[in-house]
Design a protein around this ligand. Structure first.
Ligand code: GCB
Length: 558
């Protein structure tokens, strides 16, 4: 799947802006334009824009609608791409169904065969989460119950683009690189229709280093894409009728013994679990916010992040490619519980498994050419202590490995241990979440070293795989200081992180630390959350808490 790009053979039109929106009944059909609508911004989450609490927390179906007209050419075909609409959606052009989206964190890309001079686009979104959606949820007595700790934002969250293609066009490009010392081989798999094809590669200075008709070629004196020192080549594929440009990096990723190697060099993951979340736009994508996040990660000397707990917009990966950040690309499989057969339709079943596999494939289709993606996570904190999670994840892992050539992991729940996990056996790197001294022994820093050492060592001794502490953190209300350090103060957060990091320094099988979380983020209203999850090292408006200076100093030389 290729991102819509404008060039001499292809046009792209943005449909972002102010749309109409309305809540609609279960069987609503957009046969005519809906008149009793309110305005709504795209991309954005409507929950952050409305002021009535019932509207904000509505669950059910919501219609987004707008009109548009574009200059249409007979020698082109037209498609629509919605970067994401949360969660499921149906798409209609002039009242006729043209496609559907199965998940709120993936693009919906559908043909627009019957474009008229003036068109009406209707997107009906369903934001309800069930045992068979990703993330998982339950509807109990008509009320949405969610199983994950972030807000169930609803809306069209990423760009809406109409794009044109030549009738005979390139459908997909898969770039594979092999690097060994001075030798680098690139193979390009082009899917689509063409009679003639040519591959050109430009280096970072724009100098042409390859021009060939052969889809397998070498790059002379290759410069590798390195952690925090990226190098991106541009591949230009030209056919007799079409053209597409894609950036790529030459890099090799491997787990060997206790090490995670990028271009044969061991790396230590320093960074965060994050969220797409900001004031007013909610989960709506905005390049300025994403860029600010990246500048802060650079400032704090991080080198990596996990797209907890769903695939982020493509702009994140484009920027990570450019900044040289390592990304653990996570599927939206969060809050997976209840595999036991007695839960019936309230449990994960064959339908869940089929969708989960489909989502792993679609993640590959979207993100495969990004050098920053060095590991894929199939799930965050599933209930891996239930016996039926084992056959389920055996299949998810095996299927994921059919596409992805990078290591595959699954993030262990904070109360899952080496002795009772049915699923850690499948991971290439064991990622473990731990909140010792926070959710257990709350406020006690003295227990961290002993318990963390034991938990992580148990995993290592059982599986002999490298370990990442993929979440650890403490809620912190900015401006609060206490002596001695007590929970929720900035002092406590700084000491809490330091105590965990100090412990990791003694464990040589440990290859990384991802603090939870990069910035404060919205959750459902909950008595355990003071206006959201406050474990951010940065506040929601991206200002540093005291712990940020500790991490900046630690990560400078780590
Ligand atoms: C976790 C989850 C994360 C939560 C975090 C917390 O283990 O993976 O989604 O936000 O704990 O702060 O409780």
């Amino acid at each position: 799947m290729l991102y819509p790009k404008m060039n001499s053979c292809r046009d792209v039109y943005s449909l972002n802006g102010v749309w109409n929106y309305a809540f609609v009944e279960e069987n609503y059909q957009p046969t005519a334009a809906k008149t009793d609508c309110n305005p709504m911004a795209v991309p954005a989450s409507y929950n952050e824009i409305v002021t009535d609490i019932k509207t904000k927390e509505y669950s059910g179906k919501v219609l987004y609608e707008r009109e548009f007209a574009i200059p249409k050419r007979e020698d082109r075909i037209y498609r629509l791409r919605i970067g994401s609409a949360s969660h499921k959606c149906e798409v209609y052009l002039n009242g006729e169904k043209v496609g559907a989206g199965i998940n709120g964190f993936y693009p919906v890309d559908v043909p627009l065969d019957n474009l008229k001079e003036n068109n009406r686009l209707s997107v009906i979104i369903d934001n309800r989460l069930t045992a068979q959606t990703f993330p998982n949820g339950r509807i109990i007595n008509g009320k949405q119950v969610i199983k994950h700790d972030f807000y169930n934002y609803t809306g069209i969250h990423r760009d809406v683009l109409v794009y044109s293609l030549p009738k005979k066009h390139i459908d997909d490009i898969i770039i594979r690189t092999v690097v060994d010392g001075d030798y680098s081989k690139v193979s390009v798999d082009v899917q689509g229709e063409y009679n003639e094809i040519c591959f050109r590669v430009l280096d970072e200075q724009g100098k042409e280093v390859v021009c060939t008709k052969d889809s397998v070629f070498q790059i002379p004196n290759p410069v590798c894409w390195e952690v925090l020192n990226s190098y991106l080549y541009t591949l230009i594929v030209e056919t007799d009728t079409d053209k597409y440009e894609e950036k790529f990096g030459i890099r090799k990723v491997e787990v060997k013994g206790n090490e995670f190697l990028v271009n044969d060099k061991p790396v230590y993951f320093k960074g965060f679990g994050m969220h797409e979340d900001f004031f007013t736009i909610g989960k709506g994508n905005h390049p300025a916010i994403t860029l600010r996040n990246f500048e802060l990660m650079k400032w704090i000397n991080a080198n990596s992040f996990r797209t907890s707990h769903y695939p982020y917009s493509e702009e994140w990966l484009d920027l990570a490619d450019r900044y040289g950040f390592l990304v653990i690309d996570e599927a939206p499989a969060v809050g997976l519980v209840l595999w036991e057969p007695c839960f019936g339709e309230n449990g994960a079943n064959d339908e869940s498994l089929a969708i989960h596999k489909e989502l792993m494939k679609r993640l590959y289709e979207r993100d495969k050419n990004h050098p920053c993606v060095v590991m894929v996570s199939v799930s965050n904190e599933p209930m891996s202590t239930e016996a039926n999670s084992e056959p389920y994840f055996r299949e998810v892992f095996a299927y994921t490995r059919k596409f992805w050539e990078v290591p595959v992991t699954m993030v262990e729940p904070s109360l899952g241990y080496a002795h009772n996990s049915y699923t850690s056996q499948f991971s290439d790197v064991i990622c473990v979440n731990r909140y010792i001294g926070w959710y257990t022994d709350h406020g006690d820093l003295s227990v961290i070293e002993k318990e963390l050492t034991k938990d992580l060592t148990d995993f290592y001794e059982k599986y002999h795989k490298p370990v990442i502490l993929s979440e650890f953190g403490a809620d912190t209300i900015e401006g609060n200081h206490t002596l001695p350090a007590e929970a929720f103060s900035e002092d406590f957060q700084a000491f809490y992180l330091a105590e965990n990091c100090k412990t990791l320094d003694k464990l040589d099988f440990c290859i990384g630390e991802h603090v939870w979380n990069f910035a404060d983020f919205r959750t459902e209203q909950n008595c355990g959350r003071v206006r959201g999850n406050r474990k951010g090292v940065f506040t929601k408006d991206r200002q540093p808490k005291m712990a940020a200076y500790y991490l900046k100093d630690r990560w400078k030389n780590k």
